[in-house]
Design a protein around this ligand. Sequence first.
Ligand code: AQP
Length: 333
Amino acid sequence: MKRILSGMQPTSQLHLGNYLGALKNWVDFQGEPNTECLYCVVDLHAITADYEPANLANATREIAAAYIAAGIDPDKSSIFVQSHVPEHSQLMWLLATMAQMGKLERMTQFKDKAGKNAERAGLGLFAYPVLMAADILIYKATHVPVGEDQKQHLELARDLAATFNTRYGVDFFPQPEPVIAGPAPRVMSLRDGSSKMSKSADSDMTRINLTDSADLIATTIKKAKNDADPLPATLEELKGRPEALNLITLYAALSGREKQDVLSEFEGKQFGAFKPALADVAIAHLEPITSRMNELMQDPAQVDAVLARGAEKARSIASPILGDVHKIMGFYK
Ligand code: AQP
């Protein structure tokens, strides 16, 4: 039996990186036999950075709407909000007693997000990977589909599962497998091919959001950074051309084609000819998702009902696992 767990933060709009690196792959698990899928909106993670309390609830609902619009079927998968299942935070504290400071200090996401102000960063940002480990282990999840940037956090979750098993002499937590799959596990910024597409990048021109209008998508792609050379015939020749590789990767992922196949079609063409074709593919792929999301956001009660049902199911799995953890750790009943 496979149990799949993953989540996204309601920090802002989802972008193509979130979609192609993670969300699109989540959908594929739904049809697999003996597979249970749990997809949460990780609001407790979202408050580790500056956020606007007045927007949090709606942003949470919007991410859930994006899941459904992208193809997560509430009848096949449980969709829920992390903070509605208190067992996540409860297990986090227990795991925190076993998480080594030295390992947490090596987490690149903390270093990137805390920047030069690490001394003033909140404990929540520092402990983010421990909460993520709890998100996974509280369901004894076996597979975690994420983008490439989350690989290091997944390693920490595996490490904590093993540490717990060894410390208490049990074979309790499985080792969760990262699933870093699909044609675009690391989508890069449209303005800088060396940094990942990110919600928190200042400029909107670095990314395409799932809610962007067709006009905005076309403009953003038109303004995307590129080099001066025409597109080559082979993938080999894209080495050292990160922006070109990123745009070809996006075209391939959005059209369901191989990168080599796309290059064969556009070989020798300039970006002036390629970009409008990429914009067309992006708009055609995203339009149905955006309009379904808009429909769902017009009917918040429908999304709320899905989230309530999902939380009930998630708690029915998490609660006995937390009970077992308490027993193993020797708590007074
Ligand atoms: N650029 C990306 N390429 C591929 N996958 C990506 N993911 C994020 N960016 C890319 C994957 O999306 C999932 C959800 O991410 P998250 O909401 O937890 O936040 P994040 O990883 O921190 O993503 P962002 O968008 O870059 O947010 P900020 O700017 O706030 O840090 C994860 O599976 C992630 O791997």
